[in-house]
Each structure stands twice: as C-alpha cells, then as structure tokens.
Design a protein around this ligand. Structure first.
Ligand SMILES: *Cc1c(COP(=O)(O)O)cnc(C)c1O
Length: 378
C-alpha cells in the first residue's frame, strides 16, 4: 500500500503548464503574475488591499512593523502555534506575552487576554490553529476597548469564515501563508491584507529594500526595507491554487466529517470540535489519551509510520523551547497548552485523499491504540 503522508499539495497540470509559460516568458521575478495574484486575493478579501510576500512569516514581520510594534512593546499571543508566531515578535525586539488556550477549541482563551494587557501592550496576535477561527467579535471588542492593533496569524485559515464573512475580508492586519502544507500553496509564500492604500504602499516598500520608484527610472529610499517579494513563478502557482481553494476546502470538510463519524470514540482521544461548519479544516488533530496509554506519542507516530501513515505534531507548546525558557518561561505556566501540545497528533488530511484513506487511518489508529489503552479511572 502507498505511503499516506499527513499532507500533500494538489498541483494540477494547468498550473504546471502556467508555470512553464512564466519560465519561458523572460520575466520570472515579481511582475504581472504577482499583480494578478494580489488582485484575485483582494477580490476574496472584499476588495481590501493585499500584498504578496515570500512567506507567511514575512507577512507577520511586516504587519508588526506597520502596526508600529518595536522595542519595549508587548504583543499578546498563544503558546500553542508554529514557533514563527512568537519568533517574529522577538525579532521585532518586542515581548511576546502568552496566555493559555481554551482546551476545547485549542485557541487563545479570550477570557484571559484582558488580564494580560498592560500599558505596554501594543497588539494582539491571535492564531486560527488548524483553521478554526478565533472569535472575531470578542477579539475586536477587546482590541477596540483597549486601543490595540490586531495582527491576525491566519496562516492556516484561508477560506475559513466567521459568521459568514471570510477571514481576511474584515478586521485589522491579516497574514496568510502559502507554505506547501497550507490549504493552498505558492511553494513558499504569503500575503498581508491591509487597511488602506497608505498601509499597502508602506508594505510594498518594506518588502523590497524600501525602494520608491520615481518617474524616469529614478528612485528614492527612506526606510531600510527587507527582501520579501514573491516571484512571478510562485504567484502563478498561487493563481492556479486560489481558483481551486473552495473545492479543496469542501473536500477537506467532507474528509473531516468522515473522520468524525468513523473515529472510535472508545479510544479516549479528544477530537477537534465538530460543531464548527465554518472551518477550512486545515488539520484534523486528535489528542492522544497519554495518561491512559502504555505508549508515548513518539512510539505511536513510529507505529503509524510503520503502517504506512504519516503523522505530524502541530505543535508542542512553544514557551518550553530553549529560546523561550531563556526569556523566563517554564513548565506549568500554561497547563492547557502544555497538555494539548504534548498529546496532539495531526492525521492525514488533504484534498486528494480518498474516503478509504480516512477509513484506513481510523482502523490503524484503533489497532495501535486499543491494545495499549488502560481503562479510564474516575
Ligand atoms: C505556516 C505558519 C506560519 C508561517 O508561514 P510561512 O509561510 O511558513 O513563513 C506562521 N504561523 C502559523 C500559525 C503557521 O501555520
């Protein structure tokens, strides 16, 4: 049987042919395809300005700069996310202030956010982990009342909606990633949704050395910009992917519903909330019942691998990484994030999967876990 990875991008022949065309066109870096990709993204985002970048991390970095986050500022975020979320805050010489997650949604617990606000708080950086939307009503209510910027780490939530409105079509600064593991890809890439043309212009300059183009081929530089522009080769892939995003996400939703229906409830795994029709189902992540299991997570992943199924870990609680321990963080600080981060596994979920693949994963998980499961104590 073929190896089933936990994710795999779906790149069609039309897109591949389009890339070949770009390669033959004589213009392969940022150009007409980037402009077209940005226009299509903007259309999806209700006409808001969108600028393409060479990574989601870059989008977060520029969003922080545009929001004016710098040395001495604090940014409130979650410890249960890809480490990029917090790293960009550290790299801006600001301080990430973590608050624990809600164990049901696994998202930042908005009940705890207000208690973490200090006079130095500049922004909140929520993360739509696995594609599940952080409550935007409550989030923006808190931000508004405290005069805070919001930098949405929507790296995983393109196509997710909140009360019928798509993520990116409202709110403050919204960051997408097009890494190959995400719901759509440009190989590497990202995008930043901005509030107005002035912010978009700042973003354009910051992404390419700060250069301002003047008539007659002249130029001016007022700010030391970065080098974060997307290539036309990558943008062409994005155009092909964006056209299929709704189809991809619909397939992910169907597969996730099949997981929820088939997954053996007696295994004691906590499943992601199934009552959330608005998610793009970026990942399907059960929590292993480690306190009842005669097996570590690593042993489970190895056993799945031996059965031909890839399993990911997204993510260990990041405040326990050496970098964040060196900043003063420690075990026990965020018990929910630590427990979820220790037991979470990402099972295969991607649009090209067959229904039978879901069944095979569910059967294999049961075959591995059931014999090693101790009865629940109450
Ligand atoms: C993927 C991801 C990023 C970073 O995106 P890149 O394109 O890999 O730089 C940031 N935050 C989260 C939550 C992500 O999943």
């Amino acid at each position: 049987m073929d190896f089933l990875p936990f994710t795999r991008p779906s790149l069609d022949e039309e897109t591949i042919a389009g890339v070949v065309e770009v390669l033959r066109s004589g213009w392969i870096t940022s150009g007409p395809n980037v402009k077209r990709f940005e226009a299509l993204l903007s259309e999806r985002c209700g006409g808001r300005p969108v600028r393409a970048l060479n990574s989601g991390t870059g989008a977060l970095e520029l969003a922080l700069e545009i929001a004016g986050v710098g040395p001495g500022d604090e940014v409130i975020t979650t410890p249960l996310t890809w480490v990029a979320t917090a790293n960009v805050i550290v790299r801006a010489r600001a301080t990430p202030v973590f608050v624990d997650i809600d164990p049901r949604t696994r998202l930042i617990d908005l009940d705890r956010v207000e208690a973490a606000i200090t006079p130095r708080t500049k922004a909140i950086m929520p993360v739509d982990l696995a594609g599940f939307a952080v409550d935007r009503d409550r989030l923006y209510d808190i931000a508004k009342r405290h005069g805070l910027r919001v930098i949405e780490d929507a790296a995983q939530s393109i196509g997710t909606t909140w009360r019928g409105r798509e993520i990116g079509s409202f709110g403050d600064l919204v960051c997408f990633s097009f890494h190959p593991n995400k719901n759509m890809t440009t190989t590497e890439g990202g995008a930043l949704v901005l509030n107005d043309e002035a912010e978009a212009l700042r973003c354009e300059r910051l992404r390419l050395q700060g250069v301002e183009r003047l008539p007659g081929g002249e130029m001016e530089v007022e700010v030391a910009g970065a080098k974060m522009n997307l290539t036309d080769v990558a943008a062409r892939i994005g155009i092909g992917q964006l056209a299929r995003l709704d189809e991809f996400n619909a397939r992910r939703r169907a597969l996730a519903q099949r997981y929820l229906a088939r997954f053996d409830a007696d295994l004691g795994c906590e499943l992601p909330p199934g009552d959330t029709p608005d998610t793009n189902w970026h990942m399907f992540q059960p929590l292993l019942p480690l306190d009842r299991l005669a097996m570590t997570r690593a042993q489970f992943i190895d056993a799945m691998q031996a059965a031909g199924i890839g399993v990911g870990v997204h993510y260990p609680a990041l405040h326990l990484f050496k970098l964040y321990r060196a900043l003063g963080h420690r075990e026990g600080e965020f018990p929910h994030a630590e427990r979820v981060g220790a037991g979470i596994v990402t099972l295969p979920l991607f649009p090209a999967m067959a229904d039978a693949d879901v069944d095979r994963v569910c059967d294999t998980v049961r075959d591995i876990l059931a014999p090693r499961l101790r009865p629940a104590h109450r």
